[in-house]
Design a protein around this ligand. Structure first.
Ligand code: MG
Length: 121
């Protein structure tokens, strides 16, 4: 919630994006759960959403990660569909989601360059 609301500039009417807020909050939380999983897994951390999801559904961690990634993408697509009637809201939501993902890919904290041998520029 803290990150999502400031994504929309004041000139974008609240009514154009308020219904997308729950999807964007889910997206925000779960993007972090998906993209922080690698750094947690390599140090054996068990207290994370993917491990809990795997244990609750009695599936492997990689299947839980895949399912969470798919659900997160679906949340993002639903949010974009909801705001599609207002160009300003659409542009702000798109920039937010893309920027949030790029932040995780570019941050050394998540060690994702160990998985993806490319440079974020
Ligand atoms: Mg995490």
């Amino acid at each position: 919630m803290v990150y999502v609301l400031p994504a929309f500039p004041p000139e974008v009417p609240l009514k154009s994006y308020i219904q997308a807020i729950p999807e964007l909050i889910n997206c925000c939380n779960y993007v972090n759960d998906v993209l922080s999983f690698y750094k947690e897994e390599i140090v054996g951390e068990q207290a994370n959403f993917v491990t809990n999801m795997a244990n609750c559904h009695r599936i492997s961690k990689i299947d839980a990660l895949r399912r969470l990634a798919e659900d997160t993408a679906a949340d993002a697509l639903r949010a974009m569909k909801i705001v599609s009637g207002h160009p300003g809201a659409y542009k702000a939501a798109q920039a937010f989601v893309q920027g949030y993902i790029v932040f995780h890919l570019a941050s050394p904290r998540y060690k994702l360059t160990e998985l993806f041998k490319y440079q974020i520029e």
